[in-house]
Design a protein around this ligand. Structure first.
Ligand code: CMC
Length: 429
């Protein structure tokens, strides 16, 4: 007999089925709760809600474990290019050489944006927010690929996935070029994904940028570490939009806007702004800590804390090591790394952070790597979005492929006025 949970309500007992997991949290199936009891569940911020069953990414927040499709993030960071990690996340398996070549061919075919789409960039001012441009342009891709509206078979979905992965990189680099008033550089067909991105970002007519190999390695790792992260805010947004059967590009464009906020992907910008403030104003890290502990200040230690990790975010550990490696290999120093190290040291000894189990998250060290590569601050969250695209696509695909998928439609507990009657404007006080 399978396990059930028992619930007593108004003196009556109900049995709720258990949903098994392969590893980690099991679920209590409450889908029949309202019909049977008249009650719904309340879970502000969805901290205890399993919104779906998924086979993509596993996190154990207590132990600091992250796996894509069962493979530990540490092994992926060490061995995988971004595209290999993306293939794994989207298609659920490590690619063979042939699959890798086929996917690379699709990426290559879609690297250049449709010619008319390039005109859009002229319409944004030089201070246009890159995340706004990115989400709008990703949405616009739908207009140039009508088959994405009603994909007929798996090959349409694979094509759309490759188009999105490839185009998001080209859009990101083009929006940067447009924002600094330089000509948009077309992609090159002899370059790999990351090298091609760096070329489109930093080459100029008659001046080819050739990245140091360490830079390409570090950027591949940065992107692979961001490739998926279970049901976070942006991924849940993608699934929410996908559940209405919206197309892949529109769903992922919604993910980009959700990522933008400073509590989510925007934190990688906020961390560097915080480190700069401390460094430039010569603030004492211990005093800064008093500020972030004071709830009235409205400040937080950006890059610290996580809804799921109550231990080190494994990505932060990898990125911290990579910061040292990269700065050493490029023979550069970054004073912000020293500030970050000091803040971490102070925080990890402080009762406030210890009691609340607040540790560095992925955004705490990632900005140091992006700065060393030469990525401007206002492009940091765009870099996160390029990295997260495989996860959004995989989650969109999981919703799309599920024959039992239903539109996402949570309920609410209404706390407003019960009933009022219309008062003509002349009689209102
Ligand atoms: N600095 C100071 N206090 C904090 C911090 C922080 N970074 N994070 C959490 N707390 C406190 C919070 O004030 C609360 O205190 P109390 O119990 O006294 O009310 C307690 O810790 C629990 O925090 P919470 O806000 O209830 O936790 P949450 O799960 O709702 O939020 C979070 C998670 C990531 C939004 C939050 O930790 C935070 O705002 N961190 C800073 C922003 C950040 O680095 N975001 C990136 C997250 S990782 C990458 C991503 O998702 O994109």
């Amino acid at each position: 007999m399978s396990e059930t949970a028992k619930l007593t309500l108004d003196g009556k007992e109900y049995e709720l089925p258990i949903i098994e997991s392969s590893v980690g949290d099991k679920g209590i199936d409450i889908s029949g709760l309202r019909a049977e009891t008249g009650y719904i569940t309340a879970d502000s911020g969805y901290g205890n809600t399993g919104s779906c069953q998924s086979k993509i990414t596993f996190i154990d927040g207590e132990k600091g474990i992250l796996r894509y499709r069962g493979y530990p993030i540490e092994e992926i960071a060490k061995n995988s290019s971004f595209i290999e990690a993306a293939y794994l996340v989207i298609f659920g398996k490590l690619c063979t050489q042939e699959e890798r070549d086929d996917f690379a061919k699709l990426l290559e075919q879609n690297a250049a944006l449709p010619q008319p789409m390039l005109k859009h960039f002229d319409g944004y001012g030089s201070d246009g927010q890159p995340m706004a441009i990115l989400s709008a342009m990703v949405n616009s891709l739908t207009a140039y690929d009508p088959s994405v509206m009603h994909p007929k078979d798996e090959s349409d979905v694979t094509y759309a996935a490759a188009n999105l992965m490839s185009s998001v990189r080209t859009i990101a680099a083009a929006s940067y070029k447009a924002s600094i008033g330089e000509p948009i550089m077309p992609p090159r067909y002899d370059m790999k994904y990351v090298e091609n991105f760096l070329h489109m970002m930093f080459s100029k007519p008659y001046h080819e940028y050739v990245p140091e190999p360490e830079v390409a390695v570090a950027l591949n790792m940065f992107l692979a570490l961001h490739a998926d992260h279970e049901q976070n805010c942006s991924t849940s947004t993608v699934r929410m939009v996908a559940s209405s059967q919206a197309n892949m590009y529109a769903s992922c464009a919604a993910g980009i806007t959700a990522l933008w906020g400073p509590l989510h992907g925007g934190a990688n910008v906020a961390v560097v702004q915080m480190l700069q403030e401390i460094q430039e104003e010569g603030l004492d890290p211990e005093k800064f800590m008093d500020l972030v502990k004071d709830k009235k200040s409205g400040r937080k230690l950006m890059g610290f804390g996580h809804r799921v990790y109550k231990n080190f975010d494994p990505r932060a550990k990898i990125l911290k090591g990579a910061c040292f490696d990269m700065l050493e290999k490029l023979n550069v120093s970054d004073p912000l790394l020293d500030v970050a190290l000091k803040l971490e040291e102070v925080a990890l000894k402080d009762d406030y952070f210890v009691e609340r189990k607040l540790y560095p998250n992925v955004d705490f060290y990632s900005g140091i790597i992006l700065r060393a590569i030469g990525i401007p601050l206002d492009m940091f969250t765009v870099m996160f979005a390029i990295g997260r695209m495989p996860g959004w696509i995989a989650n969109w695909k999981e919703v799309h492929d599920d024959p039992k998928a239903r539109i996402y439609r949570p309920r609410q507990i209404y706390t407003g006025e019960v009933e009022r009657h219309w008062v003509p404007r002349s009689e209102r006080s």
